[in-house]
Design a protein around this ligand. Structure first.
Ligand SMILES: *[C@@H]1O[C@H](CO)[C@@H](O)[C@H](O)[C@H]1NC(C)=O
Ligand SMILES: *[C@@H]1O[C@H](CO)[C@@H](O)[C@H](O)[C@H]1NC(C)=O
Ligand SMILES: *[C@@H]1O[C@H](CO)[C@@H](O)[C@H](O)[C@H]1NC(C)=O
Ligand SMILES: *[C@@H]1O[C@H](CO)[C@@H](O)[C@H](O)[C@H]1NC(C)=O
Length: 514
């Protein structure tokens, strides 16, 4: 009895202490990091820090992201599906005059309102054509990094064909706060970002909870890396894969250095660290998602099933693997609740609070997941080979789905429990073996002909090899009806033409021009 009381008192005290001390939150987002690119998934790429850290936490095995950079970041920051922000199509290209709608409330704004210091180090990619779109205007106290994507890791220059004449403009995209950051030419971004993150951690006033958002440039193309990191990968013949592997090693080292700083600074005991990729690997640029089908830009599992884990002394069941359905839009409600804040001021959320699912192993509140509906989709990175690419024309045949109110020529996918339904052209549908199994240029051919409506049981068939729509017409009808309902809630696609005024001119820097 006495023991029970003591235990109860301790539990209560722990709850009180928890309520008084919201956890520090460190969110590390990798760029284009594929399913088969982390050691613990059996990759030839060595990631000892990620392996160890995730083994001490909870690995997310049924975790989803969006198939592209801007959309995943957009959903992370708003907790809402792309169709609800009008950003269901592609990414924000450097000269497009738009950003995530300014009436969307961002995760760092919510955390700041509940008392957090909020810092961002790395890649933004959520729009920058005017100052109101910048990270420092959307909830971050400080920002060090870049605003677009695909820039040089050393010079921090981004080259863009600018309208109206498609002249090539190469200009720096690197900022400290809202000012152009000078003096970093020649320094590798993963090292720079790690150094800044560590400085922020050591300087942090422990009385305040910290939110550190660290969206690294790694391991997105261009495939650049300091040469010493290549040495352990001499055994990889494929040049792209070798460079990519070395870049992943720097990222792994970065995660090791950041966690070491959290420990040494005394923050770790009250920290929740999330590691996530933003989308599947790009097989054209060294990434790999084997044995999953497809790649970045596609709605196949290789595009959307993400590497992710949570590490924290605050987890109830550390050392476990979660097989519950979790999505990148779930972090906003999850982290704001952990912080003791409210989601007051956000628009209707598509994400769920999944902390008890991750920490305690409870069933996920999420049963369904809208991957996307994009009526304008085109695959800008078509499948290898000729004649192998299914075009929209091939799928424009509504039979036998004529009962469907949802236009099955539209690129869309939805998940419900174990079921995944795809319509239209999902993107490159090959399985790309890793270079160890075959040279990466060699691809296994698709096993099935694509159809306008395809159904897979992801639970038993994560590789999407057995299309089963004929066997389960009732599931197909149900999911088509769900897609139809979702499409009624979609905002019109916002995807403006390039604005010639984006050109920063010779010697200028990419940044707000309006
Ligand atoms: C790698 O290249 C070397 C030299 O060209 C060759 O002997 C070896 O068989 C290749 N290894 C693989 C796995 O392709
Ligand atoms: C991690 O820290 C070590 C030791 O200070 C340093 O040599 C290395 O460059 C750091 N790595 C990164 C990615 O910052
Ligand atoms: C939500 O925000 C509004 C406006 O900022 C405020 O008036 C209201 O009291 C808030 N509600 C809660 C429950 O915090
Ligand atoms: C169905 O979607 C396709 C692809 O987006 C489009 O070309 C076609 O016009 C749509 N059909 C109807 C009836 O809306």
């Amino acid at each position: 009895m006495a023991t029970l009381v003591v235990v109860a008192a301790l539990a209560l005290c722990f709850a009180c202490a928890d309520a008084r001390r919201p956890p520090h939150i460190v969110f590390i987002l990798a760029d284009d990091y594929g399913w088969n690119d982390v050691g613990y998934h059996g990759s030839e790429i060595k990631t000892p820090h990620l392996d160890r850290l995730s083994a001490s936490g909870v690995r997310l095995d049924n975790y989803y992201v969006q198939p592209l950079c801007t959309p995943s970041r957009n959903q992370l920051m708003t907790g809402r599906y792309q169709i609800h922000t009008g950003m269901q199509h592609q990414i924000i290209w450097p000269c497009q005059p738009y950003c995530v709608p300014l009436d969307e409330k961002f995760l760092p704004q919510l955390l700041r309102e509940t008392g957090y210091a909020t810092h961002m180090v790395g890649k933004w990619h959520l729009g920058m054509y005017k100052k109101d779109c910048l990270p420092t205007r959307r909830g971050f106290d400080t920002f060090f990094g870049y605003l677009t994507g695909s820039e040089d890791y050393f010079t921090h220059h981004r080259c863009v064909l600018v309208p109206p004449n498609n002249d090539m403009r190469c200009a720096v995209d690197f900022r400290d706060g809202e000012e152009v950051a000078e003096g970093y030419d020649g320094q590798y971004s993963t090292h720079l970002f790690t150094k800044r993150a560590i400085n922020l951690i050591y300087k942090h006033n422990k009385e305040k909870p910290l939110f550190l958002y660290l969206p690294l440039q790694a391991v997105h193309s261009p495939l650049q890396v300091p040469s010493r990191y290549l040495e352990p990968y001499a055994f990889i013949n494929n040049t792209d894969r070798r460079h990519y592997a070395a870049m992943a090693s720097v990222m792994d080292e970065a995660v090791g250095n950041v966690t070491q700083a959290l420990r040494e600074s005394g923050l770790w005991d009250n920290t929740v660290l999330v590691f996530s990729t933003d989308n599947g690997g790009q097989t054209l640029m060294g990434g790999n998602n084997w044995p999953l089908r497809g790649r970045k830009w596609s709605l196949w599992e290789g595009g959307v099933r993400g590497v992710g884990f949570v590490a924290s002394p605050l987890l109830s069941r550390p050392g476990t693997v979660s097989r519950e359905l979790i999505h990148i839009s779930d972090w906003l409600p999850t982290l704001v609740a952990l912080a003791g804040g409210t989601t007051n001021g956000t628009k209707p959320l598509d994400g769920f609070d999944v902390w008890d699912t991750i920490s305690k192993g409870n069933p996920s509140p999420r049963q369904e997941l809208l991957h996307n509906i994009d009526p304008l989709y085109e695959d800008i990175a078509p499948c290898p080979g000729t004649g192998s690419r299914l075009t929209l024309a091939d799928v424009r045949s509504p039979e036998p789905w004529s009962y469907s109110k949802f236009n099955v020529s539209v690129h869309a996918a939805i998940r419900y429990k174990n079921w995944k339904l795809l319509t239209g052209y999902p993107g490159c549908d090959y399985w790309f073996p890793p270079p160890r199994i075959a040279d990466s240029m060699e691809v296994s051919t698709p096993a099935t002909t694509l159809k306008p409506v395809m159904l897979f049981d992801i639970e038993s068939d994560p590789e999407e090899r057995n299309e089963v729509s004929k066997k389960h017409p009732e599931v197909v009808a149900f999911l088509l009806a769900r897609l139809e309902q979702y499409s009624k809630t979609a905002k019109p696609v916002n995807y403006p033409d390039d604005d010639p005024k984006c050109d920063p001119g010779p010697g200028g820097a990419w940044g707000p021009w309006v």
